[in-house]
Design a protein around this ligand. Structure first.
Ligand code: FES
Ligand code: FE
Length: 325
């Protein structure tokens, strides 16, 4: 099983959005592990195995009171950093057993997303310079569950040659089947990828591109950050940059969370939700296709046939296989 690979424990994965962690516990699953997430009194998000140390009740079925996670079974309360602060049956203010504290996992909020790392982090969350650039605004899109492997998602997000087939209902142009020769390069500290130009259909994309033409040229820069993050930047001739961070999280081998985050240096006049309607529709097309493809993408490159246009995915798969050992 892919998710049992030790190396995957040491990377960051998106499990939910910050906005969704407020006054209730949230149940999530990553690499087959059930986690509970809540916001404690100090404002920090806490993540821990979704198992009460007392009798293993799912803590995500409990409640949050004054920033404490309260187990639904016997009411043990867990405060900042998962510290057990109260065992009601022992009396208020009495000492609690040291093993009652929750074995929390690493959690960070970044880009409006909650990221967890189950082991010791081997790398940081990839940087997005636009996050701290006031010319850009960020638009979050919510977290979805896709019934496909995150290996297939990452492969897809690096792939150009499916545009005239899968994306014919949004930006794809049926005649544009040739993929120019791709050169891979280190894009910056965190992303390895490629640049290319593509003509796209713009009829439904005007709110996103800011242009009225039926067909427009996108200059694209797309790259990956291991294991499963892809960044795609669309540069328009008008100077508009539309950055998309595509995050895939293995819930298990064949189920994944998907979210995308947009940054763009527009005039902020079009509501964020209107801007991302087009990207949502594009994502929905990929989801329909990928959910028809069974299982994990084989990491052994000989198990599938690749051609020139698959170069980015082949390179990502080679590096992923190396990471997984
Ligand atoms: Fe959680 Fe008993 S199982 S308090
Ligand atoms: Fe696609």
């Amino acid at each position: 099983m892919l998710i049992e690979n030790e190396a995957l424990l040491h990377h960051w994965y998106v499990v939910t959005e910050s906005a969704d962690v407020s006054d209730e516990p949230v149940a999530v699953k990553v690499l087959g592990r059930d986690l509970v997430i809540w916001r404690s009194a100090d404002g920090a998000v806490v993540a821990a195995p979704d198992r009460c140390p007392h009798r293993e009740a799912p803590l995500s079925e409990g409640t949050v009171h004054d920033g404490c996670l309260v187990c639904p079974y016997h009411g043990w309360r867990f405060g900042d950093a998962g510290t057990c602060v109260e065992v009601p049956s022992s009396g208020i203010g009495k000492k609690v057993p040291p093993a009652a504290h929750l074995p929390t996992v690493n959690v960070q909020e970044r880009f409006g997303l909650v990221w967890v790392c189950l082991g010791e982090p081997a790398a940081d969350i990839p940087a997005m310079d636009a996050e701290d650039d006031e010319k850009y605004r960020r638009i979050n899109s919510g977290v979805q569950v896709w019934n496909t492997s995150c290996t297939r998602m990452t492969d897809n997000f690096l792939d150009i040659s499916h545009f005239p087939y899968v994306h014919i209902g949004t930006f794809g142009i049926a005649q544009n089947q040739d993929v120019p020769k791709i050169e891979m390069e280190q894009l910056d500290d965190d992303f390895f990828g490629y640049q290319y130009e593509v003509d796209v259909r713009n009829e439904d994309g005007a709110a996103s591109s800011g242009l009225d033409d039926a067909v427009i040229t996108r200059r694209m820069t797309t790259g990956f950050n291991l294991p499963f993050t892809v960044r795609s930047t669309i540069h328009y001739e008008t100077g508009l940059d539309h950055l998309i961070l595509l995050c895939s999280t293995p819930i298990d081998d064949v189920t994944s969370y998907f979210t995308f985050v947009i940054w763009r240096n527009d005039d902020f006049s079009v509501p964020g939700e209107d801007v991302i309607v087009f990207d949502r529709a594009i994502g929905a097309e990929d989801k329909v296709m990928l959910e028809k493809v069974k299982g994990v993408l084989p990491l052994d490159q000989r198990a599938t046939v690749s051609v020139q246009s698959d170069k980015p995915s082949v390179e990502w798969r080679r590096r992923l296989a190396e990471l997984l050992g």
